[in-house]
Structures are given as C-alpha cells and as structure tokens.
Design a protein around this ligand. Structure first.
Ligand SMILES: Cc1cc2nc3c(=O)[nH]c(=O)nc-3n(C[C@H](O)[C@H](O)[C@H](O)COP(=O)(O)OP(=O)(O)OC[C@H]3O[C@@H](n4cnc5c(N)ncnc54)[C@H](O)[C@@H]3O)c2cc1C
Length: 508
C-alpha cells in the first residue's frame, strides 16, 4: 500500500507511528530487492521457444504445490529466464503447506538465521523481512521463528517475486500426450471448472505426503473416525476438553498435538511411545555443511543408504521446547516402552491394546508419520507402474534394511523420475520429484528449510538444460538466422597497398 494512502488511513483510524514505520521499512526493503535484482539482471529475458498443442499454449513447467518448495522452484526457474510457468495449489491463498493448518508447534525448529528460500539474495531472507518490520533489537531478542510468521514471510516472498500461483486448483491426474509432452487435468474449486494444462515438465512440490499419505497402523482404520485422527488431520481440539487423550508417537508432531490438546483443556494426555527412551540427538543437523548439501548426491548408492539408514535409525528427537510444552502439564504422562498392538471400540470410548496392557481413552491421535503409497495419489496413477524405487535397484547389507528408504524413488540428477524398466515410459523423465521423498537420492534439499535454495537451483538448472537440448534445432536455426552485425565494416581501412609493400620488401 502506498505510504500516502496509509497516512490518510492513519488519520481515520489512529494508527500507531511504529506500524507506519514498519510498512515504510518493508517498502524500502522491497525497493532494495528490486534494485539488487536489476543489478544482477534478474530475471533474464525469456529464451524458451513458444509452442502449442491443439491450439493451446504449452507451459514450459507446471509446478504442483505452492508451499515452500513450489515457490522456491518457481523463483529459481524465473531466475533462469524460464517464465512460461504456473504453480498450482489446491489450498486457498495463504494456507499452503502445514504452517497455519496442521503444524501445531509454536515456533519453527530451525534456527532463525537460516537463509532458506532466499536463493542467495540478502534482501529476500527472513531476517531482512523481519528486521524491516520489527527492527534489529527485536531480531536479536527473537528466539525461534513463530510458525505463523514463517507463513507471512512465504506470502511476502511470493508477492515480491511476482510468482505465477493459481490457488484452489487441484491436479487430478497427469498423463503423457507423447514422449515430450504431458497433460494435466485440473479442477479449479473456485470456479468449479475442469481444465487441461499442457506442460513440457512437471514438478511435484507436493510436500511430505507427496507420494502417498499419512500413515496409521492397519488395525486403526476399522475404528470409527470420531475416536481417532492422524496428527496431520484437521482436529477439533475444543472437543477434547475434559477428555482422556492418547497420542501415539514421540516425534515433533506428537509433542505439538499433545500440547495443543492439553492447552485446550484435555483431562489427561498420555504419550504412547514404543521406545524405552526418547532419541536425544538430531543426527543430520549435526553434520550440516555445504559439503553435505553439495556432496551427498555424489555418493555411491551404498554410502547414501549408509548415511540415511543411520539417521533414520537414530530417529529425530522432538524439539526441547515442544517436549517441555507437554511435560509442564501435570496431567501429561510419557509412557515409554509401550508398543501399541491393537485398538477397539467400546460404547463411549476406545481401548488401545499395548505391550503394557489395555488403556482406555476418549480420543487417540496417531502421530505416526507418512508413507509412500502411490495408490493414494490419483495424479500419479498413469506413471506409478513405471517409477523406479530404491528397492528395485539396491539391496542393503543384512542388518541395514529400511522400509522407508526402500520405498524412496530412485531419482536422476535433476530430481526426475527414472524408469524401472528402461524404455517403458520415456515421458517419466519430464516429472520431477521435488519433495521430501527425494532425500535418499539428493540429500535434504527438497523438504526442509536449510538447503531448499540449493535444491531449487539444482532443479531449475536441470530443467533449463533439458529444455535447451530438446529445442536444439530451433536454437541452431536461430543461430544461423542471427544476422545483427557487431562490426559495420567502417571500423578499418583497406590495408591491401600496405600488405603489397610488405610482400615486396620480403622478396628483395
Ligand atoms: C508440522 C511440520 C513442521 C515442520 N517444521 C519444520 C521446521 O521447523 N524446519 C524445517 O526446516 N522444516 C520443517 N518442516 C518440514 C518442511 O519444511 C515442511 O514440510 C515444508 O512445508 C515443506 O514444503 P513443501 O513445499 O515441500 O510442502 P508443503 O508446504 O506441504 O506444500 C505442498 C503443497 O502441495 C499442495 N498439493 C499437494 N498435492 C496437490 C495436488 N494434487 N494439486 C494441487 N496442490 C497440491 C498442497 O496443498 C500443499 O500446499 C515441518 C513439517 C511439518 C509437517
């Protein structure tokens, strides 16, 4: 909003000077960003030749998902001059991803100074955005980033980069038109209209559950939903007031859901934890470095597996703040060493069958994570039988088996799916898996905040290379046709007489 308009609103509503100052500081930051981009000649001009299919303009890239990874992918593509793109998300604007929906922590786990999605631009960092509005003192006093504020930052990021996002658009399926073209059937829940988008590349920035969905043990599914939820569900916590609640699991989401139930007035909350002790060390964070970010993809399959098997085996501890947020309530219990073996319904409650006996509750929250299950992703149904997974090509040493790793897609250098049987589905290479499931192939570049810009750049460079190679004939024809002279021919005088003199001299 222009400052002049704000000043008039200020008179009408008695707005505080600090508010006006923060708005103008943010405007100044946006100005600085625009200037930095202009100095760096970003974004460069468009270079991908336009093409059509049956009268419709073909998009160079469709990104599915406008969460953090989708936005970074879109920005990284724009920074390489690939402008004919669209990013679609089924969520309403501002509600993409987990941050203000099912993320129930108070703050991010990540340290505040991480540059995350900023793509190397200082003015695009969370820190610059925060300091512009709240000042340096507030930044120094800030502990961790409140999760809602992270969402506000992502909304700003999208705005200042003018990213082409369409909200309320769900991708229902993707299918090959031919080896170099994909069709996406989408539904716009705003207008209710179905539409087909044609794309040369598709990026799946579909999040933690992008290749499957939330996981609960099979025995849970036959129990009526009024008695249980997964931690990523929309849960009515007010309804848990004065209820007996169990939370199965001990990760970050388990703690945050338990804390939210306790804060909503649950009579008691039991944490049902299979392990005899909580993991205490966050392994991968311990070796975070540019070496890991840039080098992981260069490891052999054996070493990639070894690194991640060790990390997953050790498990990620819940954040200390989230754990204290639960344990400070006297009506919370940590039932360590308690494995859940079954669940059945009673007239007014449910009973969890555990290794420590039967436990009765009014409601159970399963914070049991996500898993790959392509049957649950209709958008991938046409490609599912052809995708190569790690279990198709890699056998770990005895004792190092891991189901989660085995079901990771075995990706190529640009996050693209590879065929299980070479030649069976050539268009599969046009679909790039830019979500958490890429971790075993690429390292943590497409799910968490720290290295998401590195992931976005790797993805965008790969797509740029692939587009250029595919259009080589057009680019070559442009090269041949290019006839703008740099020299006009009047820059020198004909030296024929001087050369003749030189030759005569040499002959004598
Ligand atoms: C509760 C929680 C807390 C986290 N906290 C941290 C943290 O503190 N630090 C950290 O580094 N990481 C954290 N993470 C991990 C990671 O940063 C987040 O999961 C982040 O949201 C990943 O971004 P994304 O873009 O991959 O996925 P998302 O943000 O989940 O975005 C995916 C988007 O895809 C859309 N979508 C999916 N399928 C379709 C479809 N078919 N059609 C249209 N749209 C579709 C969804 O609507 C969604 O908006 C956390 C994750 C969770 C779940």
């Amino acid at each position: 909003m222009p400052r002049s308009v704000l000043i008039r609103i200020d008179r009408m509503f008695d707005l505080k000077p600090e508010f006006l100052q923060s708005v103008s500081n943010l405007e100044a930051l946006e100005h600085r960003l625009a200037e930095d981009l202009s100095l760096l000649e970003i974004p460069p001009k468009e270079w991908v030749p336009a093409s059509e299919y049956e009268g419709a303009r073909i998009l160079d890239v469709v990104i599915i998902g406008a969460g953090m990874c989708g936005l970074v992918a879109a920005a990284a593509l724009k920074m390489l001059g690939i402008h004919n793109i669209v990013c679609v998300d089924r969520a309403p604007k501002g509600l993409e991803g987990p941050w203000v929906t099912f993320a129930r922590m108070e703050t991010l786990r990540s340290p505040k100074q991480l540059t995350g999605p900023a793509l190397g631009l200082p003015a695009l960092t969370f820190r610059a955005w925060y300091v512009a509005q709240f000042g340096t003192n507030a930044w120094e006093q800030l502990g961790k980033i409140p999760k809602n504020q992270w969402m506000d930052y992502l909304i700003w990021y999208r705005k200042v980069f003018a990213l082409p996002v369409r909200n309320l658009v769900s991708v229902m399926n993707i299918e090959p038109v031919h080896d170099d073209l994909l069709a996406l059937n989408v539904i716009d829940s705003g207008s209710g209209k179905a539409e087909t988008l044609y794309a040369r590349h598709v990026v799946l920035a579909t999040g933690r559950d992008g290749l499957g969905g939330s996981y609960v043990p099979e025995f849970v599914e036959s129990v009526p939903r009024k008695f249980w939820a997964h931690s990523a569900d929309d849960i009515d916590f007010d309804a848990l007031r004065e209820k007996r609640v169990a939370v199965v699991g001990a990760g970050a989401s388990a703690m945050d859901n338990a804390a939210t139930a306790l804060e909503a007035g649950a009579a008691k909350v039991d944490m049902i934890i299979r392990r005899k002790d909580l993991p205490r060390i966050n392994k991968f964070t311990g070796i975070a470095s540019q070496g890991v970010v840039q080098g992981f993809a260069g490891l052999s399959d054996e070493w990639k597996w070894k690194f991640l098997e060790h990390t997953l085996g050790a498990q990620t501890p819940p954040p200390r703040d989230s754990t204290l947020r639960v344990s400070r309530h006297p009506n919370s219990r940590f039932l360590l060493g308690t494995a859940v073996r079954g669940m059945h319904e009673e007239p007014e409650s449910v009973v969890l069958k555990t290794s420590c006996g039967d436990l009765e509750y009014d409601f159970v929250i399963f914070a049991t994570g996500f898993r790959v299950d392509l049957d649950r992703r209709p958008e991938l149904v046409k490609f599912a039988p052809f995708i190569r997974f790690w279990k198709d090509v890699f056998t770990p040493e005895p004792g190092m088996e891991n189901g989660e790793l085995a079901s990771s897609p075995y990706l190529g250098a640009d996050f693209e799916f590879l065929e299980r049987v070479p030649g069976s589905c050539p268009s599969l290479r046009l679909v790039h898996c830019f979500n958490y499931q890429a971790t075993l192939s690429h390292g943590k570049l497409s799910g968490d905040i720290p290295a998401v810009s590195d992931g976005g750049r790797r993805l965008a460079r790969g797509i740029a290379r692939s587009l250029f190679v595919a259009d080589r004939e057009t680019h070559f024809a442009n090269l041949v046709a290019f006839e703008t002279p740099e020299l006009l021919g009047d820059e020198w005088t004909d030296a024929a007489a001087a050369i003749a003199d030189l030759q005569r001299g040499a002959a004598e």
